[in-house]
Design a binder for this molecule. Structure first.
Ligand SMILES: C[S@@+](CC[C@H](N)C(=O)[O-])C[C@H]1O[C@@H](n2cnc3c(N)ncnc32)[C@H](O)[C@@H]1O
Ligand SMILES: [Zn+2]
Length: 207
């Protein structure tokens, strides 16, 4: 490796260090990381178990007095969960209590696009719900490849640092048994639903 720039170092086994000896894949998609969670776990942002999207209001980081903003104008305070800069609303709130309708938000974004993304972006956005909030979810195709590489036929795959258990999903999809560990209960819950979903998918494919 060179400082600041990656370089492929030839080794005796790779016959010249071609880039083809690396496994390239896209990062985990939202569909991949969230599979099996909808309807079972609350969105970590809006709290809904059933929503696929929620509304976000961009708040100024500081108000006039220099203090962080705690609430949005028109918010009833019931559903809004605020960080310093963002107000989060369930989609069911659209059109109520100062929250614009979904159509109005879409129109505001379409107008911003027509302006060539110039000027202030709209305050309100519709964004995907998030249930798997593990910070380092691995791509499933990469973990399937790793699992195939090292697990003997009919073997058991063990991941002692499971996170949201992508390795487990990969093991199940590759037809191996899996044992996983994870120290954070929140990620174990996410992992359980992901594994359950992978196992169910496997069973329905086998039928
Ligand atoms: C890099 S992440 C794994 C991510 C996982 N491959 C995925 O796709 O979601 C490593 C995980 O190991 C867990 N961990 C760290 N030390 C641990 C320990 N001593 N016992 C169990 N889990 C541990 C962390 O909580 C973290 O979630
Ligand atoms: Zn949500």
């Amino acid at each position: 490796m060179m400082r600041g720039r990656a370089r492929i170092v030839p080794t005796p086994r790779d016959g010249g260090g071609s880039a083809s000896r690396f496994f390239y894949c896209a990062k985990a998609s939202s569909g991949e990381r969230e599979a099996g969670l909808l309807g079972h776990l609350p969105c970590v942002r809006c709290g809904s178990k059933s929503a696929t999207q929620h509304i976000v209001k961009r708040l100024p980081a500081k108000n006039g007095s220099g203090e962080p903003c705690q609430s949005a104008p028109g918010d009833t305070g019931k559903m809004g969960k605020f960080t310093e800069t963002t107000g989060i609303f369930r989609l069911a709130q659209a059109g109520k209590g100062g929250v614009p309708t979904v159509e109005a938000i879409r129109q505001a974004w379409a107008a911003f696009k027509r302006r060539g993304y110039k000027g202030q972006p709209p305050e309100w956005s519709i964004v995907r719900c998030l249930r798997n909030d593990h910070p380092t979810v691995k791509p499933l195709s990469l973990m399937r490849w790793c699992v195939r590489l090292i697990t003997p036929l009919g073997g058991v795959c063990l991941d002692p640092f499971g996170g949201s258990f992508t390795t487990g999903v990969a093991a199940i999809e590759e037809g191996f048994s899996f044992v996983g560990m994870e120290r954070q209960r929140h990620y174990v819950t996410i992992g359980r639903w992901r594994l359950r979903h992978a196992a169910q998918k496997g069973r329905s494919k086998a039928r």
